[in-house]
Design a protein around this ligand. Sequence first.
Ligand SMILES: [Fe+2]
Ligand SMILES: [Fe+2]
Length: 278
Amino acid sequence: MSHVVDAAEQWEEFVRERYDPNKDKENFRNYETATPGVREFYRLNHTFQTREFAVAKKADYSQLNRRQMSVWEAMDQLETVVDDSDPDTDLSQIAHNMQTAEACRRDGRPRWFILAGLLHDLGKVLCLYGEPQWAVVGDTFPVGCAWSDKIVYREYFRDNPDGQKPELQTRLGVYSEGCGLGNVDMSFGHDEYLYQVMKPYLPEEALYIFRYHSFYPCHRENDYQYLMNDHDRKMFHWVKEFNQYDLYSKSHEKPDVAKLRPYYEELVSEFLPAQIRW
Ligand SMILES: [Fe+2]
Ligand SMILES: [Fe+2]
C-alpha cells in the first residue's frame, strides 16, 4: 500500500510552491520546476476527469454505503496508505491535520473553523477504496463547460474526450449564468466526497471549505465567477480565509499528537456522532 499517496504529497507541495508569497513575479506561472511525477499526475487527471466520470463518481459516493467509522478511525486508516519511505514526509496524517487545525486555533478562529482544519483532507480515504490518485487529489474544476485558462497544465486536457463535445466547450456549457456552485458538477476528488460525508453535521461555511478548498482556479485565480451566485461569493470568504492555513501551516513545528488529542476529541464530539457513514 505504500506510494499510494505519493502524488497527493507531491501535488500539495506543488500547490504551495505555486502560491508562495515570496516567489518573484517572473516565476509565478512557471511550472517547469514541477517534478515529472506532478506533471504526469496532471496529465492523467486532465485526461480522465470527464463530465461523465465526475457525475458518476459523485452519484456513487454520495450513497455513503462504503463503511461506518469514526473520524479517528478514518484518520488511522489514512495513515496506513502513507508511504513511510518518503523522506519528505516526516509528519503522520494526523499530525498534519492537527497542525492545520492548530494554526487556526492560534489565530483564535471559531470552533467550527478549527474543526474544518482538522477534517478537511479526510476525504483522501478514497485511496482506500482503490481510487487512483487523479480521482482523489489535484486542483478541481467544473466539468460540463469550457476549461479555464487558469487551470494548471491546461494543455493536458487535449486528450480529454469532453474536448470533442462542443456543447461542453462553451463558456457556460450545460450551466446558466450565475446558477450557483451547488448546481455545478466539479471534477471528482476528496473535496466533494468529504462534503457529502459531513453535510448533515457541520455549518455551511465549513461545508464550503470541504467542497471547494482545491478549487484554485476560482478561490485563488478568481475565474468561474459567472457560475457563482451571491451566496457562493459570501461563503467563499471562508474558503479563501482557510486556504492560507492549508498552504502555510506545514512549516511550523510538529504538533504533540498525544497531548492535543483530548482537545480534538472533545471538538469532534461537539459536532459529530461517534460513528458516521462514509
Ligand atoms: Fe485537500
Ligand atoms: Fe490540505
